[in-house]
Design a protein around this ligand. Structure first.
Ligand SMILES: C[S@@+](CC[C@H](N)C(=O)[O-])C[C@H]1O[C@@H](n2cnc3c(N)ncnc32)[C@H](O)[C@@H]1O
Length: 227
């Protein structure tokens, strides 16, 4: 039987081209195909990884839509395309911002792919990079912390009651409410936008951006003020 290709999920870090692992660079320079999310121009993930890629890049559509049925169809179609490449013996790498196992499309592919050898290469997460940029630890000693995407008001309220240290991702969905809830629960924090990228912004006054449209690539790291 012909040899099947291996599938790699490669975390390429938050955006700073120096924050990519040696392992990711090695694999990107060795594979036969790299899959990148399709974008109008070039996706950010591809921009970061490009210097290390020596092969064909296949752009794949992963739209940011809420229709779960439509999304599942698209993921299944993309998995079929990937399976074809792997069956043809092509080592194939899927690049993803930050870490592949944290809120990444990669996991939807991974869970549908069956009968192929897979290797996932971790990347530096956006929130670890952001904590370094603002110079504030996320947790010390025995303090637990929560990482959550902002979805509904109730789940944010619940997490702010239970934890003294939080990382809130996807804050662009409901920034004003998140800031209100942080204040109400005596949290202080920083908004980090496009961490590690040329247009990175660090903001310690969360009120300053109330009522504004917040960039999707933004997160808040916050701690209860008495800790
Ligand atoms: C789909 S998740 C991807 C997370 C990514 N896999 C990781 O490990 O960081 C997208 C969310 O991650 C956060 N994010 C990703 N990259 C970022 C960056 N460079 N700066 C700030 N936040 C970022 C934002 O909260 C954004 O809404």
């Amino acid at each position: 039987m012909d040899k099947k290709g291996r599938f790699y999920g490669i975390g390429i870090g938050p955006g700073d081209p120096d924050l990519i692992t040696l392992k990711a660079v090695k694999i990107l320079s060795e594979v036969d195909v790299v899959i990148a999310p399709a974008a109008k121009n070039e996706s950010l993930a591809l921009k970061i990884a490009k210097p290390y890629i020596k092969c064909h890049v296949k752009e794949m559509d992963f739209p940011m839509i809420c229709d779960t049925d439509a999304l599942k169809k698209i993921w299944s179609r993309n998995v079929k395309t990937i399976e074809k490449m792997l069956s043809d013996g092509l080592d194939t790498a899927f690049i993803t911002l930050g870490d592949p196992m944290i809120y990444s499309t990669y996991t939807y592919i991974l869970s549908r792919l069956c009968g192929y050898e897979v290797q996932t290469v971790p990347g530096i997460t956006s929130f670890c990079a952001a904590a370094s940029r603002i110079g504030k630890p996320i947790a010390e000693g025995d303090v637990p912390f929560a990482v959550m995407p902002v979805s509904d008001e109730k789940s944010v309220a619940r997490v702010l009651k239970e934890f003294d240290s939080v990382v809130l991702m996807k804050v662009s969905r409901n920034y004003d409410d998140v800031v209100k809830q942080l204040k109400h629960n005596s949290f202080k924090g920083a908004l980090v936008t496009r961490c590690g990228q040329a247009n990175e912004k660090l903001e310690f006054d969360l009120d300053r951006h109330l009522g504004e449209k917040i960039d999707y690539l933004s997160l808040i790291i916050a701690r209860r003020d008495n800790t």
